[in-house]
Design a binder for this molecule. Structure first.
Ligand code: PLP
Length: 419
């Protein structure tokens, strides 16, 4: 048990949201003279002081390039960087820290799989399955590669609630299906996808599965071995960490068999003009150049923070926020929530009759409330539902029921103004 959460064998773990909020200096600021209500967590979450302090500590005490130095600072920086690899391994319940590759974020992790695994394993006539719920970063890398290699992309459909049609998914497989690329949680609608079952179906058909976990890792316990994901990607900045650091998990045997993607320092064993250049072992084979050292260490601090609060306590609290916000918003005249999956993370996408999403976003900001408006990098999904843009409120561990009251009252005021 941790110090901010309480739990017993039967109760849902709870968190002390006041204590949680105390860790986030930014939550004390005002916006347009109003206390900030930050509901744009699916785009990026705020960072606790434990994460912010890493930067002072690193640049004030042990800033050095990693792996290749023999001096004390380099040793300390390397130990902290590699220590984070083990933190991530434990957080995802991966078997081996060699399966954890540091990237700039989810987008880079997916591009790494596309270029390194995709080029070695996909060709003309092959098929890749992608869901309609995907973020552009799990669509466009595959489209670019398909144009070059000639494979086909097939789309897993959604129903009117934004839930993937698993029977249709099963029916899409042929003997040419090589890969499924699917998110664990949709950033636009909050749908939690049954990735464990999807992995089993993919494996039954001899295909691999890449899970985009950008919206899952911050909100629920993730066990890559239980899911049996071949690849799993997430971004630090959505899980209380900094921008510039993210993770690709890959099964060791797959990473070992993949050629490198980017070339440069750090990823080689020997370089020669006379003989073949040879590459470092995994995971360093995929980490060319100087990484974002402080950011990776800070990502470790963010995951430690989550573990201290308890991911199950965070999930339960965000579930309460979602239920309460859904009830409050359902009472607003002309407001329609898009994405009504029974298994949903704390994301509420909505449109309002007679009001443009952008106008709502701009006006509600004047009242101190930060939400996102637009296509949320999920244009194929929004088009399917006949809209160009929605407003989206998304929650994190530090949000409160009172903030939802402020938000829904502000929303009603704003709707009254624009209609
Ligand atoms: N996948 C999903 C589901 C996302 O929500 C996002 C970001 O919003 C991404 C991928 C891309 O993440 P990043 O921009 O950190 O690479």
């Amino acid at each position: 048990m941790n110090d901010l959460a309480t739990s017993d064998a039967h109760a849902v773990p709870t968190l002390d949201v006041t204590a949680v909020r105390d860790d986030f200096p930014i939550l004390a600021r005002q916006v347009h003279g109003q206390p900030l209500v930050y509901f744009d967590n699916a785009a990026t979450s705020q960072a606790p002081r434990q994460v912010i302090e890493v930067f002072d500590d690193y640049y004030g005490r042990y800033n050095a390039n990693i792996h290749r130095g023999l001096h004390t600072l380099a040793d300390e920086a390397t130990a902290a960087f590699e220590g984070t690899r083990d933190t991530v391994r434990a957080f995802l319940n991966a078997a081996d820290s060699r399966e954890i590759v540091f990237t700039r974020g989810t987008t880079e992790a997916i591009n790494l799989v596309a270029h390194a695994w995709g080029r070695a394993n996909l060709g003309a006539g092959d098929e890749v399955l992608i869901s309609r719920l995907e973020h552009h970063s799990n669509i466009v890398p595959w489209q670019l590669l398909a144009r070059e290699l000639g494979f086909t992309i097939k789309v897993i459909p959604v129903d009117e609630r934004g839930v993937l049609d698993i029977e249709a998914y099963r029916a899409l497989f042929t003997e040419r299906t090589r890969l499924v690329a699917v998110n664990h949680v949709s950033n636009a609608f909050g749908t939690v996808n049954p990735v464990r079952e999807m992995a089993r179906i993919a494996h039954d058909h001899g295909a691999r599965i890449l899970v985009d976990g950008a919206q899952a890792v911050p909100h629920q316990a993730v066990d890559v071995r239980d899911i049996d994901a071949d690849f799993y990607a997430f971004s630090g900045h959505k899980v209380y960490g900094p921008t510039g650091a993210g993770v690709l998990y890959g099964k060791a045997e797959l990473l070992e068999a993949m050629p490198p993607w980017q070339g440069g320092g750090e990823m080689i064993a020997t370089v020669s003009f006379e003989r073949e250049t040879t590459f470092a072992d995994i995971p360093h084979k995929f980490e060319a150049g100087t990484p974002a050292i402080a950011e990776v260490i800070a990502l470790g601090a963010a995951l430690d923070w989550v573990s201290r609060i308890g991911i199950d306590a965070i999930a339960a609290w965000e579930g309460r926020l979602l239920t309460y916000a859904t009830q409050r918003m359902s009472r607003i005249d002309g407001l329609r929530i898009l994405g009504t999956a029974p298994d949903k993370a704390g994301v509420l996408s909505f449109v309002v009759d007679g009001a443009h999403a952008q106008d709502i976003g701009l006006l509600i900001d004047q009242l101190g409330v930060a939400i996102r408006t637009g296509h949320h990098c999920a244009q194929p999904l929004l088009h399917h539902f006949g809209v160009e843009a929605t407003c989206r409120a998304s929650f994190a561990a530090y949000n409160t029921l009172e903030e939802i009251d402020v938000f829904t009252q502000a929303l009603e005021r704003v709707i009254g103004m624009v209609r």
